[in-house]
Design a protein around this ligand. Structure first.
Ligand SMILES: [Zn+2]
Length: 91
């Protein structure tokens, strides 16, 4: 029979070990969001010094902003398709 308490203890010990060794060895750092190379924690925007990564990041951010606008537009249309009929009926 499997002792559930013992198993739980083992798992806890294992996860403790993993997290403590990870935080003990690895220095706090960030990764370039384009090529995932380790970069300085203070690096802002989150890219390395590679010009290709800087360009890529700028382009991605522009796309992201555009995507967000479209998302809001669609969300607005979506919401209106629910709320609109109710509002129109109550007029
Ligand atoms: Zn990079």
């Amino acid at each position: 029979m499997v002792d559930a308490k013992k198993v739980k203890e083992n798992i806890q010990r294992m996860t403790n070990k993993v997290t403590s060794s990870a935080s003990g060895k690895v220095q706090p750092h960030k990764h370039c969001r384009v090529c995932f190379r380790p970069i300085k924690l203070s690096a802002e925007p989150r890219v390395c010094s590679d010009q290709a990564c800087i360009d890529r990041n700028a382009r991605d951010q522009k796309n992201e902003r555009q995507m967000r606008i479209w998302m809001f537009v669609f969300l607005g249309i979506f919401a209106f398709s629910f709320v609109g009929p109710v509002v129109l009926r109550s007029l």
